[in-house]
Ligand binder design. Structure first.
Ligand SMILES: [Zn+2]
Length: 95
């Protein structure tokens, strides 16, 4: 069970990675930041414009926040192609 406790646009002061696509987010980027509470854990997710745009378009996604694994958005149907090609990272678990 998780609940969203914060959902706002922030300007990053540290480097982060986008939760949806694992892309690097540079310092000083204006970006969507979502903080969830999952039991005792606080999870902070950052979403780049591409991922945010995808979610806005394709689903009422924000409710599913914690149910979405790191980097998994890239594997979703209809996710913008060019973004799909970054990485090739290992360690992103797929079921
Ligand atoms: Zn992203």
């Amino acid at each position: 069970m998780s609940e969203i406790i914060r959902d706002e646009i922030v300007i990053t002061r540290k480097p982060h990675k986008c939760w949806g696509c694992t892309k690097d987010i540079a310092i000083g980027t204006k970006i969507q930041c979502v903080v969830c509470k999952d039991g005792k854990h606080i999870i902070t997710c950052y979403w780049c414009d591409v991922c945010k745009g995808y979610m806005d378009k394709h689903c009422d996604f924000w409710d599913l926040e914690a149910g979405f694994g790191y980097g998994e958005l890239r594997e979703c149907e209809g996710y913008p192609e060019e973004e799909n090609r970054i990485g090739g990272k290992k360690g992103v678990k797929k079921e």
